[in-house]
Design a protein around this ligand. Structure first.
Ligand code: IYR
Length: 263
């Protein structure tokens, strides 16, 4: 391990680059019991979130969408390039064109391209090529990732981890919309190439996800799904979760799961 006394100087690692400017972190530390209470309360709030395909046509003010997108824009990103663009579509004619284009692709997917294994995976969700949510929802947010930066002189700037960065932003967007009392659906038409053209985005942007946003229809339904319990998604150190004082023994995996270390 490199000892901090031997750590290279900034000038050694970044020769020729100006020193970065730092400022003190604004941070107010909460009492531990409040931290725990907030962590739990936020889980309970997010646990209420459901993806639905059934949207009311009721309007949602643009300001709500703007605040949610601002929240999405707080996401961390590779080299802080913020490689995302949120196109919020509300014009009924444009939503109709969007739906038409999406359904044309999805029709081909559902009636031909989809392999049986994929079809079997989607059957419990009952999705199909009819995308009424794209015209019912008052807003459809199309998220683009910026594959590279495009300078005014036409040259390119490399971006980093654009899928990861834009996906983190989408996660924050979903949480923000739920927190605001709205519902959304993460929709991934496949292929998505037509979206950049339809929404007049430049060639350095590629669509990542389509999220209709609004209120649920009064008769909205959701599939019967369960979420994996913590024990199935969490591991501390080399195995076991210690959750609720139990480990993975009752799975037959042993307390260190399948992460046994070779002697
Ligand atoms: N893109 C299609 C199919 C689809 C795929 C998965 I994986 C889903 O979880 C749901 C749908 C569509 O949006 O219908």
């Amino acid at each position: 391990m490199i000892m901090s006394a031997d750590a290279p100087t900034f000038a050694e690692v970044y020769p020729g680059h100006p020193e970065p400017q730092f400022r003190p972190l604004e941070f107010s530390r909460l009492p531990p019991q409040e931290t725990l209470a907030r962590a739990e309360a936020f889980y309970h709030e997010m646990q209420q979130r459901r993806t639905t395909r059934h949207f009311s046509r009721d309007a949602v003010p643009q300001a709500v969408i703007e605040w949610a997108v601002r929240t999405a824009g707080t996401a961390p990103s590779g080299a802080h390039r913020q490689p995302w663009r949120f196109v919020a579509v509300q014009d009924p004619a444009l939503k109709a064109r969007l739906r038409e284009a999406v359904e044309a692709e999805e029709y081909k997917t559902y009636t031909g391209r989809m392999p049986e294994e994929w079809r079997a995976a989607l059957a419990p969700l009952g999705t199909d090529y009819v995308k009424a949510h794209l015209t019912d929802a008052p807003w459809v947010i199309v998220v683009f990732r910026e594959k590279y930066g495009l300078n005014t002189d036409g040259t390119r700037t490399k971006n980093y981890y654009t899928v990861e960065s834009a996906s983190i932003a989408v996660g924050l967007l979903i949480a923000a919309l739920h927190h605001a009392g709205l519902v959304t659906l993460t929709h991934t038409p496949n292929p998505m190439g037509f979206l950049a053209e339809l929404l007049c985005r430049p060639r350095n942007e590629e669509a990542l996800m389509v999220l209709p946003v609004g209120y649920p229809a009064p008769d909205a339904t959701v599939p019967e799904l369960t979420r994996k319990p913590l024990e199935q998604i969490f591991q501390v150190d080399l195995g076991g979760t210690g959750v609720g004082g139990t480990d993975l023994d009752d799975t037959g995996l042993g307390s260190t799961g399948d992460q046994q270390i070779e002697p």
